[in-house]
Design a binder for this molecule. Structure first.
Ligand SMILES: [Zn+2]
Ligand SMILES: [Zn+2]
Length: 331
């Protein structure tokens, strides 16, 4: 099914204003030669357009890449858009031996009066650095996304829980060294997510590329295409996309596409697009990361009981591709 057909599939969500909205596929994290990527912004944007993404956010380290000229060339109404952004790239020196990287994406920065870099704010602790960066991103009118918490094991559950004024974090970062799955005594990003949700704090999981290499391809490179979001938004416009992400009106994926996603306070229905002999397994997860229900049915339906605190779903297909839906909190 192509993305035009995907876009018109009926969706029932519990939030108002969903009528008329459409699904848009995008990547919220990519680099160019304006930081440590290997390709020009033009090549990067064209790659995503040719792969039939609807949007890509250019997020160079401490550099606000100007996307206005790119959009003059490449934007197509309702089909493709380059979204301005920046990876606010900060750090905290824990000791002489250990400096923690603290990176927060700014999504949909305002370039109406030029491309102005936000840059790192610094601070006296991990929490202060992250908070000042999130706040400066908000002050610039952009939407923050806490990147790769497990990159050099920098951001733990307490930091994620204390941080205010953000909703997005990377549950999946496709680049080569972000330790999504955890290990060596550190929890994976999904376990971090459940720990934060169990403390009744709403955060939404993003899958992103963090693409750096568009010329050389292979397992040692951070190539594009491995992690993306499907966003339900009224229009393909930078502000609308960022607002929909910030509200949790999206799901994340490493390649699995959903045909139907119905989330209400009473039940969750998930139907995967499964081609040929591909099958899936859907796990519904609640308080403490506990499995509430697991099924191979397609569609998969979970009736909310009321005592789960929250419910989110993880879909894994028989070829290892994953989709994550956003948590719904139960009254
Ligand atoms: Zn980073
Ligand atoms: Zn990055």
């Amino acid at each position: 099914m192509n993305f035009f057909a995907m876009a018109i599939i009926a969706l029932m969500l519990s939030f108002p204003g969903a009528a008329g909205a459409e699904w848009y596929k995008g990547n919220t994290h990519s680099h160019t030669i304006n930081s440590d990527g290997d390709s020009s912004p033009d090549i990067v944007a064209r790659w995503y357009k040719e792969q039939r993404y609807n949007f890509v956010v250019i997020t160079d380290h401490n550099y606000n890449t100007d996307v206005r000229g790119l959009n003059a060339l490449l934007a197509a109404p309702g089909k493709f858009l380059v979204v301005a952004g920046e990876e606010v790239t900060d750090r905290f020196k824990l000791s002489e031996e250990r400096t923690l990287p603290l990176h927060v994406n700014a999504i949909a920065t305002d370039q109406s009066r030029g491309a102005r870099t936000i840059g790192p704010s610094g601070g006296g602790s991990v929490g202060e650095v992250l908070q000042r960066d999130v706040d400066s991103i908000r002050a610039a009118g952009a939407t923050p996304q806490l990147n790769h918490p497990n990159f050099r094991w920098a951001v733990d559950v307490d930091a994620m829980h204390r941080l205010r004024n953000y909703a997005l974090f990377e549950v999946w970062n496709t680049s080569t060294n972000c330790n999504n799955l955890g290990g060596g005594g550190y929890p994976g990003t999904e376990a971090l997510w459940d720990s934060v949700l169990t403390r009744a704090k709403t955060v939404y999981g993003v899958a992103s590329d963090d693409a750096h290499q568009f010329k050389d391809w292979g397992p040692e490179y951070s190539n594009p295409g491995g992690g993306f979001v499907w966003v339900k938004a009224d229009t393909l416009e930078a502000g609308a996309i960022a607002a929909a992400l910030d509200r949790g009106d999206f799901y994340s994926s490493t390649g699995l596409r959903l045909e139907r996603l119905e989330i209400s306070s009473r039940r969750i229905l998930i139907e995967s697009e499964l081609n040929g002999q591909t099958r899936h397994r859907v796990t519904f997860i609640g308080r403490g990361g506990r499995v509430l229900y697991q099924t191979d049915d397609n569609p998969a339906v979970y009736e909310i009981k009321g005592n789960e605190l929250y419910v989110r779903a993880k879909v894994v297909d028989s070829n290892g591709r994953v989709a994550w839906t956003q948590p719904v909190f139960v009254e």
